[in-house]
Design a protein around this ligand. Structure first.
Ligand code: SPV
Ligand code: MG
Length: 289
């Protein structure tokens, strides 16, 4: 079964796919082991991994290579965050072909202009492309996929840009008309009210995708209750968890002048071996060396 079909089946079975951000094959594996239904190949997380802001500095090649490496290490479907599509509709055509070939289950393309500015930052420059132009990008994406299962998710940043709900709804409807399989609507409000209102007033048929980073009171149960939200993305929790863990452990070592106080606060070397599948190496050595 294709990864895209797998994601669609999860949605059919559970009503809602729980998708965790990842920035590396290892973080994707950990998300899979934890029980998530899919991986969000987050541009924010990969940018942060390189110590860079999420403002279109990471190239398509960098993000694509990481997506491919993650696909090799996880059985979960990967939703690739391809930002603005790396340019215009011509770039989108190229990107969709490459991401489908790389093993992603789908892509999310956002209606910001290139280069974009990350969504959750205070006072960020949030310029959107005209609706017609973005419809062209979505139509180009739809026509470029080889499997109709490969998800093309249109993301509107109208709420992030402060353009209001009417604009967000109009854009979402226009993107559905252009062929989008799903609509991702993002908000940086610290309560779910803005998204709840959007979802209540959404008259389209396309399912909604949300990223409730700034409004975590929106739980999976709450999202399911709307009957219109089918994917919930935990947008940056992998990189945030790893940052905190490293900060705590590094501070502990500096404070105590050694690693003797860390104990079980860090994973054992044995656990790293397990994640690296070292046992398979031993098996193959016995068989082939
Ligand atoms: C990402 O994780 O790269 C996203 C979500 O696009 S956000 O950073 O909240 O815009
Ligand atoms: Mg992103």
């Amino acid at each position: 079964m294709s990864k895209a079909k797998q994601l669609r089946e999860t949605i059919a079975r559970r009503g809602l796919a729980r998708v965790m951000a990842a920035h590396s094959p290892l973080s994707a594996r950990l998300a899979e082991e934890a029980g998530f239904d899919g991986i969000w190949a987050s541009g924010f997380e990969l940018s942060a991994l390189y110590g860079l802001p999420d403002v279109s500095l990471i190239s398509m090649t960098q993000h694509l290579d990481m997506t491919r490496a993650m696909a090799a290490q996880t059985c979960l479907p990967i939703i690739a965050d391809i930002d603005t599509g790396f340019g215009n509709a011509i770039n989108v055509i190229h990107a969709v072909k490459e991401y489908e070939r790389a093993g992603a289950a789908g892509v999310v393309i956002e209606d910001k202009s290139f280069p974009k500015v990350t969504s959750l930052v205070e006072g960020g420059r949030q310029d959107l492309v005209p609706i017609k132009e973005f419809q062209g990008k979505i139509a180009a994406a739809i026509e470029s996929r080889t499997s109709s299962d490969f998800l093309i998710i249109a993301r509107t940043e109208a709420l992030i840009a402060g353009l209001g709900e009417a604009e967000a709804l109009a854009r979402a409807l226009a993107y559905e008309e252009a062929g989008a399989d799903m609509i991702l609507v993002h908000s940086k409000q610290d309560t779910p009210a803005e998204i709840e209102s959007f979802v209540r007033n959404w008259q389209g048929k396309a399912p909604i995708v949300i990223v409730p980073t700034s409004y975590p009171e929106m739980t999976e149960e709450g999202a399911l209750a709307f009957g219109k939200i089918q994917v919930l993305i935990y947008g940056n929790h992998a990189i945030r968890a790893s940052i905190q863990a490293m900060q705590d452990s590094f501070a502990n070592i500096i404070e105590h002048g050694g690693a003797h106080e860390l104990g079980n606060d860090i994973a054992s070397v044995k656990e790293v071996f397990r994640l690296q599948k070292m046992d398979q190496i031993k098996e193959n050595e016995d068989r082939y060396l």
